[in-house]
Design a binder for this molecule. Structure first.
Ligand SMILES: NC(=O)c1ccc[n+]([C@@H]2O[C@H](COP(=O)([O-])OP(=O)(O)OC[C@H]3O[C@@H](n4cnc5c(N)ncnc54)[C@H](O)[C@@H]3O)[C@@H](O)[C@H]2O)c1
Length: 264
């Protein structure tokens, strides 16, 4: 028996990467899926491939969320997945500085607009769309970076930390309202998706760079989008009925230890 039969789920940033894998896994488990993204061309292709509906949505745009609420007034599952690092488009050019000494305010704000404002708007929409039914599951894709400091990606880390905290606020608010609307966050670490392209580059050292990026990961490899999607399926399903305000790491073990952990 598929685990999401009878549920309608909206996934943001679902054209590619982790969002596409979640949309795919939800469809496999019997959900009606709404794929949303700012990239309409790729989003439509992803939606068609899995028998889902596509709707354009810039998560940072309140007007776009109003349009989504009109089109889909009730829902069972919302995944706030859309996110940016701030390094997009910098594969072959000089990337913007995102350290706390040199970052530009505009760059800081644009990362928060998508990652944090987008999640706030997505949660607000979700609560309203689930209130009539009295139940639902909101899944926020935070990051390992929301749990530790990231010196060269300050806005990303800050926004993902705020997503973690807002998840708990939403969970408590919904429970306090007597609503069976659960809200949990997932914290992936290095998952191989197009998001990594600007960091890996196209140079001859690409493979070395990739290896270096997971050198400190106990499992010594990148994760796959499907390995995040499996956890989203669990949280979307009724199997997770008593889970709310929780944070689940999907990180190959990197947050299990620290530099203080003895090697042997
Ligand atoms: N890949 C990783 O290693 C990793 C690790 C931790 C957390 N995450 C988080 O997982 C989520 C998905 O990451 P990914 O690796 O699949 O990224 P990705 O760059 O491959 O895909 C992101 C998708 O979001 C869409 N998007 C970007 N801005 C948007 C906006 N304003 N509105 C709607 N859609 C928008 C893009 O078009 C794209 O389809 C992000 O929130 C990211 O921060 C990823």
């Amino acid at each position: 028996m598929p685990r999401l039969t009878g549920k309608t789920a909206l996934v943001t940033g679902a054209a590619r990467g982790i969002g596409a894998a979640i949309a795919h896994a939800f469809a496999d488990e019997g959900a009606e899926v709404i794929v949303t993204d700012i990239d309409a061309a790729t989003g439509q292709i992803t939606a068609t491939a899995i028998g889902a509906t596509f709707a354009p949505l810039d998560v940072a745009s309140e007007a776009d969320w109003h349009a989504i609420a009109k089109q889909f007034p009730t829902l069972d599952v919302v995944v706030n997945n859309a996110g940016i690092t701030g390094f997009e488009g910098a594969v072959d050019s000089t990337p913007p500085r995102h350290d706390p000494e040199n970052a530009q305010l505009a760059d800081w704000r644009s990362v928060h607009a998508v990652n944090l404002d987008g999640t706030f708007l997505g949660c607000r929409y979700a609560i309203r769309a689930m209130r009539a039914k009295g139940h639902g599951s909101i899944i926020n894709i935070s990051s390992r970076s929301g749990l530790v400091g990231i010196p060269m990606a300050a806005a990303y880390a800050s926004s993902k930390a705020a997503v973690r905290n807002h998840t708990k606020t939403v969970a408590l608010y919904c429970a306090g309202q007597g609503l069976n609307i659960r809200c949990n966050s997932i914290h992936p670490a290095a998952i191989m998706t197009p998001m990594w392209e600007p960091m890996l580059g196209n140079g001859p050292d690409r493979n070395d760079r990739a290896a270096a990026m997971v050198a400190d990961t106990p499992m010594q490899r990148f994760g796959q989008p499907e390995e995040v999607a499996a956890i989203a399926v669990l949280l979307a399903s009724d199997e997770a009925a008593y889970m709310t305000g929780a944070e689940l790491t999907v990180d190959g073990g990197i947050l299990a230890g620290s530099a203080a952990t003895p090697a042997n």
